[in-house]
Design a protein around this ligand. Sequence first.
Ligand code: FMN
Length: 278
Amino acid sequence: MTHISKPDLNSALAERYSDAPDTGIVAEPLLQLMASRGSCRTFEATPVPDHLLQMLCAIALASPTKSDLQQRDIIVMKSPGVRSELAKLVSGQAWVAQAPTLLVFCGNNRRQRLLHTWHDVPFANDHMDAVINPTADAAIALGAFVTAAEAMGLGCCPISAVRNEAQAVSDLLGLPDHVFPFAGLALGYPSEAPEIAKRLPLSVTCHMDRYQEDGLRDAVKNYDADRAKVQPYATQRFVEFFGQAEAYGWSDDKVRQYSQSERADFGAYLRKQGFCVD
Ligand SMILES: Cc1cc2nc3c(=O)[nH]c(=O)nc-3n(C[C@H](O)[C@H](O)[C@H](O)COP(=O)(O)O)c2cc1C
C-alpha cells in the first residue's frame, strides 16, 4: 500500500490558510489528519474490506442527527454492475469508475412519514423542513464518514454529480418517495497523497459575534493570487466562452463554474419524490 505521510498540525494549517492560527495546542492526532486532509480521486485497486466498510457506516451514522430523527441512509454499492451503472450516470467524471467502492448518502424523510401512518397521526411538516433536515443529516453523516475513512488510511471524494441524474440514480437504487440522493462517495486506498487545498482566510469565513464582510474583496483577490501561484488549476473552465485567462484564480474558476446552470431540475425531481418544496 502506498505510504502517505502527513505534515504536522501547524504546518498543515499554515499550508491551508494564509492566516492560520498557531495556538500552540498539543492536539489529538485526529486533528492533524483533519487539518491535512484532501479529496482523493486516484485509488489503488485493493478493495475496501466489508467489515471496515460496515464499521465506517456505523461511525458515520453515530454522528449528530436533527432531533434524533435519523433522516439519512447510506447505500453501499456492492455489485460491480450497480457500481458501474452509477459511474456511468456521473458523466464527465471518468475517475469515478476507477474507485473500488462507491456509496450514496441519501436524505430520508420517508421513515418519519411511515411512523405517522403507523401511529395514525397526521404529518404536519410537509414543507422545506422535510428536505433540509434530511439533507443536513446526510451531509453530517457524509462528513463523519470522510473523517473516519481518512483516519483509517482510506481516501475519498464526495460526488454531488449523482444529483445531475437524480431520477436515473433513484431508479437504479430503488429510492421510494421522500428518499433522495444527497451525494455519492468514492472510496478506496489512495495511490498518491491528496493535496492540501488552500481555503479562504479565516478572517473571511470565521466571524466573531456578528457577520461581517470587511476586507472581503481584497482577501479574495489575495487568495486568488495565492492559489494561482501555489495551486494553479490544471485546466480552465469554459475556455470556449471566456478564453484562456492569464491569471486564473479561485474566484475566476467559481464564477465560470456557476455561469452555467447545474441541476436546475432538482426541484422538479424532489416534487416527483413527493416533497413540497415551497
Ligand atoms: C457535497 C460535496 C459534493 C462534491 N461533489 C464532487 C463531485 O461531484 N466531483 C468531484 O470531483 N469533487 C466533488 N466534491 C469534492 C470537492 O470538489 C472538494 O471537497 C473541494 O474541491 C475541496 O477540496 P478538498 O476536499 O481536497 O479540500 C464534493 C464535495 C462535497 C462536500
